[in-house]
Design a protein around this ligand. Structure first.
Ligand code: PHE
Length: 473
């Protein structure tokens, strides 16, 4: 391309866009459930340690590769990979992974939109009926919502980095923060709310075992949108005056802050609904929590604030979750779009049209794998049971390849691109970086224990997922 690469308009624009990517369904529901079940404050501490000791260095690595090369992940791996086929493969993984994670994420986003609309038009009572969820996900309405989500994502990405992605984040993220704070304040006024808060923050170290530790790391990694090529791509839209370690830290703080606040929303609401709740019985998945458990809790609010009030709270919650999901979905679909655009030298609009079409088809297939179409519902069988197409995508890309991609970027930066070049890139926009503790820490950790830990997570997941045996834990 002869024209200059698109860039974010400002530091705040980048922070909001990257935070928009990071803040997603994982923060709003995955995190609170994980924390509640796995030792409350003990989990929070562990999570914070992982975010700052492991995830921030990996994010810095991704951003620096992107900014240095000004390329999409495939182009970046190619240009710094020195013609090696292996590194090119890593580049391909960084483009294929977001595509498929985008597909599974899109399915959930489509359902959230469905619940948002239903809550807003006064059907909260129906949503609170647990059987409604399986009816809904098998109904043709799903395709209607899919079209709407597709159009929204298409329009944002077609608008470009500054006028599309950044602008959407600048509208949606502050709205999300305000709604989240309002809901937290409201929920904390409910009876028994503080029993929920206590449960959430008081540490129970006995709960920490190998499985919880690995789970906390996976949650942190996913939550910061790592291993998906997103930060490489967003890094390529940053200018040389931005401070990469500083930006990564800010994004991590915002992401963790939102996750923490989401816990202050969900757990008090759960405890106020049922003071005797045993958190081990909270649904095992985020999906179960959003679509079957929470609507019941929202409906129960009608005793205090009436049906209209309860519907309003539910609508605000689904709206903020929808915003969180859309900004994440945009960031993930931007990766294959940027790759197609750069590799083929075509316009952004053409690239997003192709990628949006492919994503829509795969998302429709994945959405039909919940009982609508048998061969997709029982797509393959492994680890002791039939798996749907959705399960396969989830197991393969989210659970397995994500940590592998994280491992590869660490090795790539330190051993292929080399520390001196990496450091020089980080000094651009941060002249005092050299010689700081941060520099030594980032360099040391990325070259030693972070890849080892990610390798262990990867091996463990493969052992557990596909062979039904744990390697650790
Ligand atoms: N960080 C997102 C979350 O916590 C994960 C994600 C990002 C998923 C981008 C898809 C795309 O939900």
């Amino acid at each position: 391309m002869t024209e200059a690469r698109e860039q974010f308009g400002s530091r705040l624009g980048f922070i909001l866009a990257a935070a928009g990517s990071a803040v997603g369904i994982g923060n709003l529901v995955g995190f609170p459930v994980n924390a509640a079940k796995n030792g409350g404050g003990a989990f929070l501490l562990l999570y914070a340690v992982f975010v700052f000791m492991i995830c921030v260095p990996v994010m810095v690595a991704e951003l620096s590769v992107g900014r240095h090369t000004s390329k999409d992940p495939l182009g970046a791996y190619r240009s710094l990979g020195g013609g090696s086929k292996g590194w090119l493969l890593a580049g391909w993984l960084s483009v294929i992974t977001p595509f498929f994670i985008g597909v599974f994420y899109a399915v959930i986003t489509v359902w959230i939109l469905g619940y948002l609309v239903q809550a807003a038009i006064g059907n909260l009572d129906q949503l609170a009926d647990a059987s409604r969820f399986s009816d809904f996900i098998q109904s043709p309405a799903v395709f209607g919502y899919l079209v709407v989500v597709g159009i929204i994502v298409f329009l944002i990405i077609a608008g470009g980095v500054k006028n599309g992605i950044e602008r959407a984040a600048k509208i949606m993220m502050p709205t999300l923060f305000v709604f989240l704070i309002l809901l937290v304040i409201f929920v904390l006024t409910l009876d028994n709310a503080f029993a929920g808060v206590a449960f959430y923050v008081v540490p129970d170290f006995d709960k920490l075992d190998a499985a919880v530790v690995s789970n906390a790391l996976a949650q942190a990694f996913f939550s910061l949108s790592l291993g998906m090529g997103i930060m490489i791509t967003y890094g390529s839209y940053m200018d040389s005056s931005s401070n990469l370690p500083g930006s990564a830290r800010t994004v991590a703080i915002v992401d963790t802050g939102v996750a923490f606040a989401a816990g202050l929303l969900i757990l008090p609401a759960v405890f106020s609904f049922n003071p005797d709740v045993n958190p081990d019985e909270l649904s095992t998945s985020s999906v179960g929590l959003i679509f079957t458990f929470l609507p019941k809790i929202f409906l129960a609010l009608q005793d205090g604030i009436g049906y209209f009030g309860a519907s309003l709270v539910a609508t605000v919650f689904f709206l903020l979750t929808f915003f969180a999901a859309i900004t994440s979905l945009v960031s993930i679909i931007e990766v294959p779009t940027a790759s197609l655009k750069d590799e083929r030298n075509i316009s952004r609009r053409k690239a997003i049209s192709v990628i949006a079409g492919m994503t829509a088809v795969c998302t429709a297939l994945a959405a039909m794998s919940f009982g609508m179409v048998d061969p997709l519902t029982e797509f393959v069988s492994y680890a002791g049971g039939p798996k749907s197409l959705f399960d396969v995508i989830y197991d393969m890309f989210y659970d397995t390849i994500l940590p592998l991609n994280g491992l590869l970027i660490c090795l790539f930066v330190i051993y292929r691109w080399k520390r001196a070049n990496f450091d020089a890139e980080l000094e651009r926009g941060n002249p005092d970086y050299k010689g700081t503790f941060l520099e030594r820490y980032v360099n040391f950790s990325l070259g030693t224990f972070i890849p080892v830990i990610l390798l262990l997570v990867f091996i463990n997941t493969v052992a557990l997922k596909y062979f039904g045996k744990a390697f650790v834990g």
